[in-house]
Design a protein around this ligand. Structure first.
Ligand SMILES: CC(=O)SCCNC(=O)CCNC(=O)[C@H](O)C(C)(C)COP(=O)(O)OP(=O)(O)OC[C@H]1O[C@@H](n2cnc3c(N)ncnc32)[C@H](O)[C@@H]1OP(=O)(O)O
Ligand SMILES: CC(=O)C(=O)O
Length: 537
């Protein structure tokens, strides 16, 4: 879908205002300022910072942000048209909008008669006056005015003439931008195209588009509007927003630049889209969506054997763009749907050379399929797969060997005392080590005893900690006798890795995953040091 047009499209970010209307999204004042700096760094033209008349934090934000030196972004304060029956220069909300001290302000007003009559409870003429007077007043105060025509598309559906009158009123009153809002997020692209093209013909203000994602079309609708004449796209990073969210600016920017040939961000910024997306998620304390188009970790993850085979020959065969363009990377997944190509390409990713016609490739593939048949899952446990491959390809004297372990739980009926205890006997470097440890539960005790036995031989292991522990029951019909899959995520503070264990016994599945985790890390340490660590006798 390369349209080859080199026109610029202006990005208007409302993560801090409309994005903050999302359930579970809360930004503190420092969060808001951090995001402003990041958006400015990426060259976003407008940042809607909040509604000064809404709460003390937004008021303070406009005070603080005025001291932040910005290179590319213009801060916008948001509000509404004046209250019905109140003179515009007497309206406290309008006063607060001015007091925010921004060069640009945005006001939303009504376009849909349903809202005019049933929500504002004013006449259609009074609503037109509210639009005209508010914009004219803000212009007379020297502001750049962005007018958000709320429910523009629903209003146009119900009464095209009145909706158009509202847009014309805003434009004639001096709005620099008239932004068509699909506030309820239910419009289809053809409706967006129709009104945007009409507005672009009829009014002199520049046209913007503000879409919501209720029909999962927010990005598609924004792109349709641009094709029909809009030159400003409003949205939020990662699509945060009320209900199902707003137009996701990450996807909108990528599509506008890469697919539609528009100039959107300064040179070099596109390759920082993933960084921006993660930064905002992290600031909002939300886990990044792995399936997010363009920037999610699955966006260029290839799993099916035939796909991976083709990718090995030609990336374009199963990738719509090169991942690096938006700062992402390609990943090869290994599992029961793999072919030899998955093993070879994954090995290459790990720095190992393996050919498709090598017997070890076939054997590794066979082992993966058999193990996945029993419940292992290597796709999520990349470290267990790496270990499997390295053990198969290179000489692997183990770091330690298990002689035996024992786990017990003691609980007294009155629940006054409950303790888990594990004993682990290991053979390490020719010595037999016997360790006992207590823990909050049996797995914790086992982990403590294992580490206790190894710490004298591999003191660096103290840097490794457990980050996540997930248990999945496979085939729950077998009840408490079902097969259990345990995934353990570990970290040494700089990298993290995941390992897997499977058994009908949850303690044994956990042991397997814990041992893989430690072996993986010791092997990595050895590779980084460039010399083998002394091994078990
Ligand atoms: C489509 C959008 O996303 S618009 C943004 C929506 N975001 C928010 O509302 C978040 C911030 N809002 C707030 O903090 C509060 O709602 C405030 C401070 C703005 C207003 O609070 P209150 O004065 O207590 O009013 P409340 O929120 O209950 O009702 C809104 C009032 O604004 C009126 N109103 C709604 N839209 C408009 C408009 N475009 N122009 C003028 N008045 C409007 C409503 O009719 C209602 O007044 P009424 O009860 O006299 O009919
Ligand atoms: C203005 C706005 O946020 C909307 O109409 O959705």
């Amino acid at each position: 879908m390369q349209h080859g047009s080199d026109e610029a499209v202006t990005i208007y970010d409302t993560t801090l205002r409309d994005g903050a209307q999302a359930e579970n999204v809360h930004f503190s004042l420092p969060d808001k300022l951090r995001i402003v700096r990041k958006l400015d760094e990426l060259g976003i033209a407008y940042i809607e910072g909040g509604w000064p008349g809404s709460n003390p934090k937004d008021l303070a934000f406009f005070r603080e942000v005025s001291t932040v030196p910005l290179r590319a972004s213009r801060i916008v304060a948001f509000g509404s048209t004046r209250k019905a029956g109140v003179a515009v220069d007497q309206d406290p909300q309008i006063r607060m909008l001015l007091d925010a001290g921004t060069k640009a302000v945005a006001v939303f007003g009504k376009t849909w008669l349903l809202h005019v009559r049933k929500v504002l409870r004013v006449t259609p003429e009074e609503n037109l006056e509210m639009i005209r007077e508010t914009i004219a007043f803000l212009k007379s105060c020297g502001k750049e005015v962005v007018y958000d025509a709320e429910h523009a598309f629903d209003g146009y559906q119900e009464d095209p003439a009145y909706a158009l009158e509202c847009l014309e009123a805003a434009s004639e009153a001096g709005a620099d931008w008239v932004v068509l809002c699909d506030t309820n997020g239910g419009s289809l692209p053809e409706k967006i195209t129709e009104l945007t093209a009409l507005a672009a013909r009829k009014i002199s203000s520049r046209i913007g588009i503000h879409t919501h994602n209720d029909g999962e079309l927010a990005v598609a609708n924004a792109l349709a509007a641009v094709q029909a004449g809009a030159t400003q796209v409003q949205g939020t990073i990662n699509g945060y927003g009320e209900r199902t969210g707003n137009c996701n600016l990450i996807s909108a920017i990528a599509n506008l630049e890469i697919k539609m040939g528009k100039r959107v961000l300064p040179p070099g910024a596109l390759s920082r889209l993933q960084e921006l997306s993660y930064f905002v998620d992290e600031t909002a304390n939300l886990a990044p969506n792995p399936r997010a188009p363009f920037v999610g970790r699955c966006a260029f993850a290839h799993k099916g054997g035939t796909h991976v085979n083709a990718i090995g020959k030609l990336f374009r065969s199963y990738e719509h763009i090169e991942p690096e363009i938006v700062g992402n990377r390609r990943r090869i997944l290994v599992g029961e749907l793999s072919g030899r190509s998955n093993i070879v390409l994954k090995a290459k990713e790990l720095g190992l050379t393996l050919r498709e016609d090598d017997a070890r490739t076939r054997e590794a593939l066979q082992q993966v399929k058999e193990m996945e048949g029993k419940g292992y899952e290597f796709e999520a446990a990349d470290a267990s797969f790496e270990l499997l491959l390295r053990k198969r390809l290179l000489p692997y004297p183990p770091f330690f060997q298990l002689v035996e372990y024992h786990v017990s739980i003691r609980r007294f009926p009155a629940k006054e005392y409950e303790v888990s205890e594990a004993t682990v006997k290991l053979s390490v470097k020719g010595e037999t080590v016997y360790t006992v440890a207590e823990g909050d539960g049996p797995i914790h005790a086992l982990d403590q005893a294992l580490r206790g036995g190894l710490e004298r031989f591999y003191p660096d292991l103290a840097r490794v900690s457990l980050r996540d522990y997930k248990v999945r029951i496979l085939g729950p019909m077998a009840g408490t006798g079902a097969v259990t899959r345990v995934l353990v995520e570990s970290s040494d503070g700089s990298i993290s890795w995941t390992t897997v264990g499977v058994s009908t016994n949850i303690v044994e599945a956990s042991w397997e995953a814990l041992v893989d985790s430690i072996e993986y890390w010791l092997l990595r340490l050895e590779r980084l040091a460039g010399a083998p660590l002394p091994k078990a006798g």
